[in-house]
Design a protein around this ligand. Structure first.
Ligand code: HEC
Ligand code: HEC
Ligand code: HEC
Length: 426
């Protein structure tokens, strides 16, 4: 990504200059006296809890070990580190003195109460699709949380980007404000699904490829990368070794796990955790909409793993990997492992971490494991970062890829492990 900085900067400078005038007219919205919690209708607060869960607001606005919604989580982008802000109702450091109008403008236009432009690491290009009713309920919910005094650390961004007015140029290109009308040719459930996926759910912000200036490329959902994890394409769910269906997808989104596809690991874990708190009708609607985006399934032969070419004779690396796998992994992942039977654990051959084009998710899963989940302990996998060297992880990957995945080897896995390990430590 580094080589593309210049394109990014040049593009933003040009567009930014053109649109600087537009920025100048973003006025401050007057502060209000912080409302009391009982100024809000309790039904609106309850609905707002679900909207905030659909939008994953807590995931980004809570630092590790920090108070909910008090901000301070570092988001690492190719352009530097941006810290999330405090969205608890503290008047001095949070949004306590924000009116509904100021809150709505932030979500729809990416403008802070005092008029400064917000970085698109805050996915307002999606939140702009939310209905006024949902935004009002989210406001009621957040304004009735416990106020916390917390100021976000200063951002650490490439120099030109510290100048926020440049974002006006970015917005000209990527922000299309306001909700979109329902498509009358589609069912109510499909429209609800599209509303949630494109709006609060902001699925495309991780599952789309980004262009050099951080905008989502079309077609949407063709697969992206986030925090060193690959977010697989959401339009190729029929091309996986075990094609997804609507029920499996709804289950995966709700429970962070499906018997045919395994666990939602890495950045998808918190997304699924949030979605476990929304009505089941909503996760079903998301699944319906996502399934409607699928490219037709590949001819049957291509999806059956047995039709894969006969594997080449095992290299020394694959043999070492097999031995390490037997010791470190097989207790949970071999066909005979006792844990396999407790919940019908899916074969690793079905995991996109094993069949994907790049080894990154497999490496991340082995380094970090999978945390205890909200749905019970059965998705726990321990981290191996301290137990295995880069070379050992590379050989386990070679074995899993060749013998279990029956796919051609990934190139240069050891270098990748080394790089990902370093990035994770930053
Ligand atoms: C992917 C991470 C992410 C998610 C998810 C997210 N935010 Fe944010 N949000 C940010 C970042 C980063 C900023 C600060 C941007 C800046 O300083 O320019 C921010 C800023 C804000 C602000 C402006 C605060 C201020 O003081 O200017 C509001 C309001 C806000 N977010 C509300 C929400 C709500 C409501 C949700 C859920 C619907 C949400 N955010 C979800 C990352 C996120
Ligand atoms: C914060 C980034 C992020 C957001 C937001 C996000 N995802 Fe994901 N998603 C990921 C990552 C990373 C993975 C890969 C994790 C894994 O394989 O365990 C993933 C995996 C998935 C998978 C499994 C794909 C496969 O082939 O294994 C599905 C399905 C999915 N996401 C759907 C969604 C939907 C629907 C939404 C919106 C409601 C969404 N995601 C929002 C990051 C995200
Ligand atoms: C204590 C049990 C345990 C051990 C040991 C273990 N795993 Fe896992 N692993 C899990 C669980 C649980 C999951 C979640 C998916 C599931 O339910 O099967 C998982 C998932 C995975 C996934 C799929 C991740 C995804 O995104 O879908 C991969 C790949 C994986 N493990 C590789 C390994 C490797 C390689 C080792 C050895 C270095 C290993 N595991 C050791 C329990 C374990």
């Amino acid at each position: 990504m580094k080589t593309k900085y210049w394109v990014w900067i040049a593009g933003v400078l040009v567009a930014g200059a053109a649109a600087a005038a537009a920025w100048v007219i973003q006025p401050a919205i007057a502060p209000i006296q912080p409302p009391a919690p009982n100024d809000f209708d309790s039904a609106s607060v309850a609905r707002g809890a679900r909207v905030v869960a659909q939008g994953d607001c807590m995931v980004c606005h809570t630092a590790a070990g920090g108070a909910p919604y008090a901000g301070g989580l570092p988001l690492r982008t190719p352009f530097g580190t941006i810290y999330t802000t405090n969205i608890t109702p503290d008047a001095a450091t949070g949004i306590g003195n924000w009116s509904l109008a100021a809150f709505t403008r932030a979500l729809r236009h990416g403008v802070s109460r005092d008029g400064h432009l917000l970085y698109p690491a805050f996915p307002y290009i999606h939140y702009t699709r939310m209905s006024s009713a949902d935004i009002t309920d989210a406001y009621a919910y957040l304004m009735t949380r416990t106020p916390v005094v917390a100021r976000a650390p200063d951002n650490d961004l490439l120099l030109p980007l510290r100048f926020r007015p440049l974002l006006a140029g970015w917005n000209l290109l990527y922000l299309h404000p306001g909700p979109v009308a329902d498509d009358p040719r589609q069912s109510a459930e499909w429209n609800r699904g599209r509303y949630l996926v494109d709006g609060a759910g902001h699925c495309a912000s991780c599952h789309s490829t980004l262009d050099p200036i951080g905008g989502e490329r079309s077609p949407a959902f063709s697969g992206g990368n986030i925090d060193g994890w690959d977010a697989p394409a959401l339009t190729a769910l029929l091309q996986t070794p075990k094609p997804w269906n609507r029920e499996q997808l709804a289950l995966y989104l709700r429970h962070g796990w499906s018997p045919e596809h395994g666990a939602a690991a890495g950045p998808m874990g918190p997304v699924a955790h949030s979605l476990s708190q929304v009505p089941e009708a909503d996760t079903n609607a998301i699944a319906t909409y996502i399934m409607s985006l699928q490219k037709p399934a590949a001819p049957a032969t291509a999806t059956v793993t047995t039709s894969a070419p006969a594997p080449a004779p095992a290299s020394a690396m694959v043999q070492q990997g097999a031995a390490l796998f037997a010791g470190a992994c097989a207790g949970c992942h071999s066909a005979e492992a006792p844990m396999m039977s407790t919940r019908g654990r899916p074969s690793l051959a079905l995991s996109s971490a094993v069949t994907g084009e790049r080894p990154d998710n497999l490496i991340q899963v082995v380094l970090n494991g999978i945390p205890w989940s909200h749905t019970g302990q059965s998705t726990f996998m321990p981290p191996f970062a301290a137990a295995l060297t880069d070379q050992q992880i590379a050989s386990i990957a070679a074995y899993v890829r060749a013998d279990i995945g029956k796919r051609p080897a990934w190139p240069e896995v050891e270098r990748r492990v080394n790089k990902i390990r370093k990035e994770n430590q930053q």
